[in-house]
Design a protein around this ligand. Structure first.
Ligand SMILES: Nc1ncnc2c1ncn2[C@@H]1O[C@H](COP(=O)(O)OP(=O)(O)OP(=O)(O)O)[C@@H](O)[C@H]1O
Ligand SMILES: [Mg+2]
Length: 284
């Protein structure tokens, strides 16, 4: 296995690794899963190869949102029953999806052989995609903080309500307290006016700078849009059904913003293992 991994590493030498971005929030129900799916699709349309990873272990539901019924998930890969190619499902417009698993316990009981298997897999994944978007459960639970910590960047999603704003700040603060050194991006969803969102995010990044001494980049403003609700009901991505809608256009802008923004790639910076390798280290 080690030889195979080394071979793979050699083969892909010089090829850029994926940018792994966590989509997280302090408060639940703010729109993370919809952001992951539509941002993923917007990035695909800009010729980026994207993988969506459902790491929301409580209520894994990227598949439900897209009306897909995966047969297998990460657990089957861990216990050696299935190959990566059998686990990853085809979403709309060539979007690849790694379905979530219901129980975290499956991660806790993996053999050494499986560990090696995952290391190899990690290299495969890391070089097959431009961007990996990881949908994380809401809240500041330590498993969420750990998941975010293994990603290169995080997009903290909030809505214009005091509770969501406070919870988003708490999440950033806790990440900072855990020495998180990835890039922090802020995205506000369900806006009635862009002006309101701009005020909130600019104040928040100022507070983050002054109290925590770190920079957070504003990456987007998504309006409240009934088309999104309609798309959810029809189990399709908003961008598939209503690409010209106000929210659809906003997702396109976020994708453009992310592509043009400065990246910090932990993998390159620290020469660490790939995403799955880091994921695995969480459970050692
Ligand atoms: N921009 C928007 N306009 C209108 N409604 C929205 C918007 N974004 C999200 N919603 C509504 O909020 C609901 C929750 O969205 P979503 O499932 O993406 O949130 P989440 O943060 O992933 O939730 P959870 O924390 O439970 O995982 C959607 O089903 C939709 O009804
Ligand atoms: Mg969700």
């Amino acid at each position: 296995m080690f030889d195979q991994a080394a071979g793979l590493r050699k083969r892909v030498n010089g090829v850029r690794k994926s940018r792994v971005i966590a989509i997280a929030s302090g408060k639940g129900g703010v729109g993370k899963t919809n952001v992951a799916v539509n941002l993923g699709m917007a990035l695909q349309r800009k010729n980026k190869k994207v993988l969506l990873v459902d790491a929301d272990l409580g209520t894994a539901n990227i598949d439900v949102l897209l009306g897909l019924t995966p047969k297998y998930h990460l657990g089957h890969l861990l216990n050696g029953e299935k190959e990566l190619t059998e686990i990853i499902i085809d979403g709309p417009e060539g979007l690849d999806i790694l379905p979530g698993t219901s129980g975290i316990e499956e991660f806790l009981d993996i053999s050494r052989r499986q560990v090696e298997r995952l290391r190899l897999l990690s290299f495969q994944l890391e070089y097959s995609y431009d961007i990996i978007l990881v949908d994380i459960s809401a809240g500041v639970h330590s498993s969420n903080i750990n998941f975010i910590s293994i990603c290169d960047e995080v997009i903290v999603v909030l809505v214009p309500e005091p509770t969501a704003i406070m919870d988003a700040y708490s999440l950033v603060k806790i990440l900072h307290n855990h020495q998180y050194d990835g890039k922090i991006n802020l995205l506000i969803n369900q806006l009635n006016s862009r002006q309101e969102g701009k005020g909130i995010l600019e104040r928040m990044s100022k507070v983050i700078r002054e109290y925590l001494g770190i920079e957070a980049e504003i990456v987007g403003y998504i309006p409240f849009d009934n088309n999104l609700r309609q798309a959810v009901k029809k189990q399709k991505a908003l961008l598939e059904l209503y690409p010209g809608s106000r929210a659809g256009q906003a997702f396109d802008e976020v994708a453009e913003m992310l592509i043009n923004s400065r990246t910090v790639n932990k993998v390159e910076k620290d020469n660490k293992e790939g995403f799955i390798g880091r994921l695995l280290n969480l459970f050692k």
